[in-house]
Design a protein around this ligand. Structure first.
Ligand code: NAP
Ligand code: SF4
Length: 677
């Protein structure tokens, strides 16, 4: 008996049957843009092999003005058809189904040819779009319909029309971006003409037996977004126009409310999809922050939707569905919703991958083949680098002994998991513990390795990680309230009420979150999270967002200063897609962020600082606690001891390079070395 009865129900749409209720949602990976169709087809085919019911491709532009940026993938020509055919064929050969998402970016298009219903620049784009005239509107509709037709020619099972996240179709729907006075603007009846015409025209072009999914923005999360009445009306009209399935779009890209970050509660928006359920008779898909079979099953059994869409979890593990089917959910590599190797890469024009699975989008080049002859390998340090090496090498057939000085595995991840909003790290550590057992890795904890431990191994891997960087400010040695970030998590110290954090990198931000925490993390309490971020029922406020939401949420009423020497915006170097969330979260807690700081002196009164090269505005921050979060240095004492010996060793992770090391590079290091030995 399968643990997830609702997931593993088939869905029969007459002309097409889906083998279960899990869909791989659209993700922009950048693969299509590099044009290596063998690689693209293997990326999709491996997910189909993993038994996902339906794959939705990344957004494909219907024309130049509508594609997300110059050089982005489009479906316009016979060559495009031929290329896409390679991946549809590969997916079909694996017994899978695939639809192409048509995405017209409108004013979000990163190019000076961008078009929109009205010439209003988006806050997230430098380009002011050109207002479409009647002829221009007709061209966009016709290009979108033609793109759908070509997708059919390329062997796709259908198309998804991207009608949400603030892209062109969405831009027609709300007054905020549609100021037109003609028959495409003004009344809601006029504004919805654009999506309805698109659906109608696509249906005419592709005939009956071709899947049409429409991604409908169920909650815009922008001021003056759609009202709930409008959402329902659009859903009904879209159904009448010939769509087979409705997908839930959550929030415009310009919304200042996080929708998929790790601090967003699990299934945070399934209640909105549930409100829609029953208003139409076609199946509905729920999405956002669904990352385990249990959550997917709960969303389905709570009758929020007929299907669930997961996107990033399929980067983390292509076999997600098969493992769920085989009741092996604890073997699924969990997506921790960090965005670090997926969306942050996309927005830095880099190919997508995955922090927990460096093979994602590299399926044709990074392979973990079974070894012919096993080696005995000692791994020293069970942090992210050491663990990923051990798991990957053990999967390949090597015999691994994993040594850890502490009583628990995880290294720096054990600090990360304590931070409110980063609870996903518990899941990752559970997965690692389970894999270590399953793969029969010989784990030796509470043991500080010495040379003698390492002599009987074929290879030794030094993954001893990092130690907090020590700094020396004048007067520091004379006071007893200066700690490093690791001390904060021990029960040996007491944090006062006025705190200066030295260093505003990822760890400084995390520490500020940690010491200003309240009793329960908002990530674990959806009502609290919604209140903090001003999210409400779209039936109460248009767009589901409370317009004035200045709530200060400092659970501890501590006064916190977050300091850096660099004279640039504090938090500027955090994740591209998540930095703003960390900043906003601390602003809501009234954490004071100061840049361009010189640390002059520490006295019993506190920390004396000045600003800039000219050392102006000297002032005393009257603090009773100073926490140093000034980066790390490599822990290499063991490597140094091994250097003169004839032991065959390799250094990975933080022990190799501490500067700007994060879990992404540590895991990547571990997996890549394990693939080679
Ligand atoms: P980091 O990002 O390198 O930040 C270190 C901070 O310390 C900087 O703000 C730096 O700023 C300051 N600093 C460096 N040397 C100093 C010195 N001698 N005296 C005083 N201040 C000094 O390091 P981290 O915060 O420890 O993070 C480590 C890694 O973990 C990073 O790569 C990060 O990506 C990752 N991480 C990321 C997140 C996240 O994105 N949310 C969270 C946790 C960890 P100034 O030089 O301007 O003073
Ligand atoms: Fe998930 Fe992070 Fe991997 Fe992206 S990089 S798929 S968010 S674990």
């Amino acid at each position: 008996m399968n643990t997830y009865p609702n997931i593993f129900k088939k869905l029969d749409l007459g002309f097409i049957e889906l083998k279960n209720r899990i869909i791989m949602g659209s993700m922009h990976t950048g693969l299509e843009e590099i044009g290596d169709w063998k690689r693209i087809s293997e990326f999709y085919a491996s997910r189909a092999r993993g038994q996902v019911a339906l794959i939705i491709t990344g957004g494909i532009g219907p024309n130049k003005e509508g594609s997300v940026l110059p050089g982005a993938s489009m479906m316009m020509t016979d060559d495009d058809v031929k290329n896409h055919m390679i991946s549809t064929k590969a997916v079909h050969e694996e017994g899978g189904k695939i639809v192409m998402q048509i995405l017209h970016a409108g004013r979000y298009a990163y190019n000076d040819k961008a078009v929109a219903p009205s010439p209003i620049k988006a806050p997230i784009s430098p380009f002011t779009p050109r207002e479409l005239d009647e002829e221009g509107i007709e061209k966009q509709i016709s290009d979108i319909a033609q793109s759908a037709f070509l997708a059919k020619c390329a062997g796709y099972d259908g198309v998804e029309i991207m009608g949400s996240e603030g892209y062109l179709i969405n831009q027609f729907l709300v007054n905020h971006t549609n100021k037109r006075k003609d028959s495409w603007g003004g009344s809601y009846k006029n504004r919805i003409r654009f999506p309805l015409e698109i659906v109608k025209r696509i249906r005419e072009k592709v005939g009956k037996n071709f899947l049409l999914i429409y991604r409908l923005s169920v909650i815009d999360l922008i001021p003056n977004g759609s009202s709930w009445e409008e959402v329902i009306l659009l859903a009904k009209e879209i159904e009448k126009a010939g769509v087979n399935i409705l997908n839930s779009g959550i929030g415009w890209h310009e919304a200042r409310i996080p929708t998929i970050a790790t601090s967003v509660p699990k299934r945070a928006f399934s209640w909105v999809t549930k409100k829609l359920y029953g208003n139409v008779s076609i199946p509905i898909i729920a999405s956002n922050r669904i990352n385990s079979p249990k959550i997917a099953e709960d969303v389905l059994s709570d009758k929020c939707a007929d299907l669930v869409s997961l996107a990033r979890p399929f980067l983390a593990d292509s076999e997600f569905v098969r493992k769920a089917f085989e009741n092996k959910a604890n073997e699924i590599v969990p997506c921790i919703a960090c965005n670090q190797a997926c969306l942050d890469h996309t927005f830095s024009m880099k190919l997508t991958s995955c922090l927990v699975n460096p093979r994602a989008c590299r399926e044709t080049e990074l392979n973990y083949e079974k070894v012919i002859k096993s080696k005995k390998i000692a791994v020293v340090g069970a942090g992210p680098a050491g663990i990923s090496f051990s798991i990957t090498a053990a999967q390949r057939g090597h015999l691994i002994s994993l040594f850890e000085e502490n009583s628990e595995i995880g290294g720096q991840l054990n600090f990360a998991k304590m931070i409110p909003g980063k609870e996903e790290f518990y899941g990752l550590l559970n997965y690692y513990e389970n894999e270590i057992k399953r793969l029969k890795i010989n784990l030796i904890t509470d043991h500080k390795v010495e040379m003698a431990d390492l002599i009987n191994f074929d290879e030794v891997i030094i993954a001893t990680g990092v130690v907090p960087r020590k700094i020396d400010i004048q007067g520091q040695a004379k006071v007893n309230f200066v700690y490093n970030y690791q001390d904060v998590f021990s029960d040996k110290i007491t944090i006062g009420n006025r705190i200066a954090i030295i260093g505003a990198g990822g760890i400084g931000f995390d520490i500020a979150e940690y010491i200003s925490r309240s009793d329960i993390s908002p990530t674990l309490d959806i009502n609290k999270w919604m209140k903090i971020w001003g999210v409400t029922d779209p039936e109460i406020e248009r767009g589901g967002v409370i317009q004035k939401n200045d709530l200060i949420e400092n659970g501890s009423s501590k006064e916190i200063f977050l300091l850096q020497r660099k004279n640039e915006k504090v938090g500027k170097r955090l994740g591209k897609t998540t930095g703003w969330i960390h900043r906003k979260s601390l602003e809501k807690k009234n954490v004071k962020m100061l840049a361009g700081v010189n640390y002059e002196k520490i006295t019993p009164e506190g920390l004396l600082i000045s600003f800039g090269e000219e050392k102006r505005n000297i002032k005393m921050l009257k603090v009773d606690t100073i926490i140093v979060c000034a980066g790390q240095t490599s822990e290499i004492s063991l490597a140094e001891a091994l250097s003169p010996s004839n032991i065959n060793y390799h250094i990975i992770g933080g022990a190799k390079k501490a500067n700007e090391l994060d879990a992404k590079s540590a895991i990547d290091n571990g997996c890549r070395l394990a693939a080679q030995l």
